[in-house]
Design a protein around this ligand. Structure first.
Ligand SMILES: [Zn+2]
Length: 274
């Protein structure tokens, strides 16, 4: 790895992660934090190094990008998070579901079988978040109840067939186990759902204990932590995404939460507000 952060704020935030509760390095591409009866494990799904291309951030000026040393791309991952609390196992998103995806092998290395997942929480319906729900067309998590935002579901079901098709396919494999919630609902495992639209219409952030699982709130942490007004071109509604990013970052900072992000650089935790 030859990338580095020139952003002092981001570097400081990443470093302070080590101070939050107990931190355990597990199998490669995983890291576990534990506080107050909640264990959260970062699992890196992508097998190869992943940089978000500079061109994905059209709002960022060349001088800013150069100043941060990010001309060749912004460090990132595709990540999922396992949360264990109150005797339940929950998985937040499922990664890409590609042949070289590491989600399943890492769960296995952590001693967790897919059928042991009680609840599957989905932040939004992009392929790098729901791709791992299926393997060879079959549901991977055979006992999990699936939770997703009704707003997200309704928006995708109104999209053209080529966009809604993969979503319908993944969700229909979990028929009878899909639970659509209204944002603001508290879900099993004392998981609070928080509406954070913009990246997608029903993009959802989840709070569990002092952890905030932020989905795709930021694709390029090294840029967007300090400059939340910068969008990635993946964001479907730029103004809404900027508002959500600013609001969620302020909430995380005010409450000193540990953020867990699906595209944060490894190990994908950032302590906010310290
Ligand atoms: Zn994503």
């Amino acid at each position: 790895m030859n990338w580095h952060f020139n952003s002092v704020a981001v570097a400081a935030a990443l470093l302070t992660v080590a101070s939050c509760g107990n931190s355990v390095d597990g199998p490669e591409g995983t890291k576990t934090l534990q506080t107050d009866g909640i264990r959260i494990t970062w699992i890196q799904d992508n097998a190869k190094e992943r940089l978000m291309e500079r061109s994905l951030f059209p709002d960022a000026s060349d001088s800013l990008v150069a100043g941060l040393g990010l001309q060749t791309g912004v460090p990132s991952t595709v990540s999922v998070f396992l949360v264990e609390t109150g005797g339940k196992k929950m998985l937040f998103d499922t990664g890409l579901g590609m042949p070289d995806s590491r989600m399943l092998s890492s769960l296995n290395a952590l001693g967790v079988a897919p059928e042991e997942i009680d609840y599957l929480y989905i932040t939004h319906f992009h392929g790098d978040h729901i791709g791992g729900m299926l393997k060879d067309g079959q549901p991977v998590f055979t006992n999990a109840k699936v939770y997703a935002s009704k707003k997200e579901y309704d928006a995708w079901m109104a999209m053209p067939d080529d966009r809604k098709g993969p979503v319908e396919k993944a969700l229909s494999a979990y028929e009878g186990r899909l639970n659509l919630f209204m944002s603001g609902d508290t879900l099993p495992g004392n998981v609070l759902s928080i509406d954070a639209p913009g990246h997608t219409p029903g993009h959802t952030v989840y709070k569990v204990g002092d952890f905030l699982i932020v989905g795709d709130l930021m694709h390029g942490v090294a840029l967007q932590m300090e400059y939340p007004e910068i969008c990635a071109s993946y964001d479907m509604d730029f103004p809404a995404a900027v508002s959500a990013r600013k609001e969620v970052l302020k909430y995380a900072s005010d409450s000193s939460l540990v953020m867990a992000g699906m595209h944060f650089p490894a190990p994908a935790f950032i302590q906010a507000g310290k």
